[in-house]
Design a protein around this ligand. Structure first.
Ligand code: GLY
Ligand code: MN
Ligand code: MN
Length: 430
């Protein structure tokens, strides 16, 4: 049985075309050890096949439409690295109509290319494979006095597969909900466990223990555990600082579950009570965040959402004395970027920063039912910032939820972790 995604991909391919979709390879960590293998996201989406050194050839008008090149069975290697599906398993377990050892790909390449007007292949990812394919096309072209017909056009398969990935199916949404539930539980447990004097890595260990305990492969991205001023460093991942009484902890962590990411940020007081100054910033970020979440519905563009967050935050920052001047002028001159310097959010799926276009020409993309995106405004006031009230120095706040766009408005996948300051304090002081 060919999986639904692959059938749809074939349906969208041009007449007389072939697609070459490679999987990922093992990545060396040091000397002779490797990172845990993670499949290429497009390959995983189309095939569900999770072994390294695999490659799919899809040719809808051929007798065998779907061919998988895989690592053959190898009793000796399988003692060390585990079971392989092999040539037979690729067909019987993964629905390939034909299968060969990966080592035979080059020798079969001309056969696949011949007669296809269009080749779908993503150039620029694997230069070795790029070269093999280009050289084969070049060789075939030179045989122009024979009935041999190499592709005339090369199209990025992302034009199909990334756009498919943007709109999540019911099955995908169920997995993403499960991924979000795991991450939400981890955030709640972190809120309950954190104490002054702990180390950031202890919170990292706690949340990632919960991810694994629920069957997630691990974090979907390196967890950000930033106490105090570390919260003002956007991509802080050292996670080796002390968590101090009176400071906030910014925790940005999500799980990768059955191949799908969740992505949650909460910012909470290490001693269980926000200070007045922290609440000023926190409540403003929350106001912007909730207001943007409410706007998530079909037809609203990413730019409109970002613009709305800018308006709410800038107005609030003027009231707090972080910015001085007229709100409209400050927005026009992008003065908010001193404290709010990133996007409002991003699409979410197999990749945490998921694929899909954000612009058509200069037009911002509109949301559609089935899009999952994050909504994550923040305010970051680095400790050495000039011209701001001292009480705000070193405060960083981000609040991030995962939101599914539906015809009935937003469906927040991450409601199981509180985000109102009072609710967070209540959970922390149980
Ligand atoms: N954790 C990455 C992000 O929030 O975009
Ligand atoms: Mn995040
Ligand atoms: Mn995010």
């Amino acid at each position: 049985m060919i999986r639904r995604q692959l059938e749809e991909f074939m349906r969208r391919m041009a007449p007389k075309s072939v697609a070459i979709i490679p999987g990922a390879h093992d990545t060396r960590r040091s000397n002779d050890t490797h990172y845990r293998f993670r499949q290429d996201s497009d390959f995983f989406y189309l095939t569900g096949f999770e072994e390294p050194d695999s490659l799919a050839v899809i040719k809808p008008e051929a007798e065998k439409r779907y061919t998988l090149f895989v690592r053959p069975r190898d009793p000796e290697r399988e003692i060390w690295d585990g079971r392989r599906a092999g040539i037979e398993g690729a067909k019987s377990e993964f629905g390939a109509e034909e299968s060969f050892p990966i080592a035979e790909f080059e020798s079969k390449l001309a056969e696949f290319l011949d007669g296809a007007d269009v080749l779908y292949y993503r150039l620029g990812v694997d230069s070795d494979l790029d070269n093999k394919i280009i050289q084969e096309i070049s060789r075939m072209r030179s045989l122009n006095r024979k009935p041999i017909h190499p592709p005339e056009t090369i199209i990025d398969p992302a034009t199909i597969v990334h756009e498919m990935r943007v709109l999540k199916s019911e099955d995908e949404i169920a997995i993403m909900q499960a991924s979000a539930d795991i991450a939400a539980e981890a955030h709640c447990e972190a809120m309950k466990a954190v104490r002054p004097g702990m180390q950031e890595y202890q919170i990292e260990a706690l949340i990632e223990q919960i991810f694994r305990r629920h069957g997630a492969s691990g974090p979907a991205y390196t967890s950000i555990v930033g106490g105090g001023p570390n919260a003002t460093v956007l991509h802080y991942i050292n996670n080796d600082g002390e968590l101090r009484d009176g400071d906030l902890l910014l925790l940005d962590a999500g799980a990768e579950y059955k191949g799908y990411a969740s992505d949650i940020t909460r910012t909470f007081p290490i001693n269980g009570r926000y200070t007045k100054a922290q609440r000023d910033i926190y409540d403003l970020v929350l106001k912007a965040q909730m207001s943007c979440v409410k706007m998530v519905r079909p037809g609203v563009t990413h730019d409109q959402l970002k613009q709305h967050s800018i308006e709410v935050l800038t107005e609030g920052m003027v009231e707090l004395g972080l910015l001085k001047g007229k709100t409209e002028e400050l927005i026009k001159e992008k003065k908010y970027e001193k404290f709010y310097m990133h996007g409002l959010g991003h699409m979410l799926g197999i990749d945490v920063h998921d694929v899909g276009r954000y612009y058509y020409g200069t037009e911002s993309r509109a949301l559609e039912p089935g899009v999952v995106m994050t909504v994550e405004p923040g305010i970051y006031i680095a400790p050495d910032t000039k011209d701001v009230p001292d009480k705000y120095l070193g405060i960083g706040v981000r609040i991030e939820d995962d939101v599914l766009c539906t015809n009935n408005g937003p469906r927040v996948l991450t409601t199981k972790v509180p985000k109102h300051a009072e609710e967070i304090e209540e959970l922390m002081n149980q």
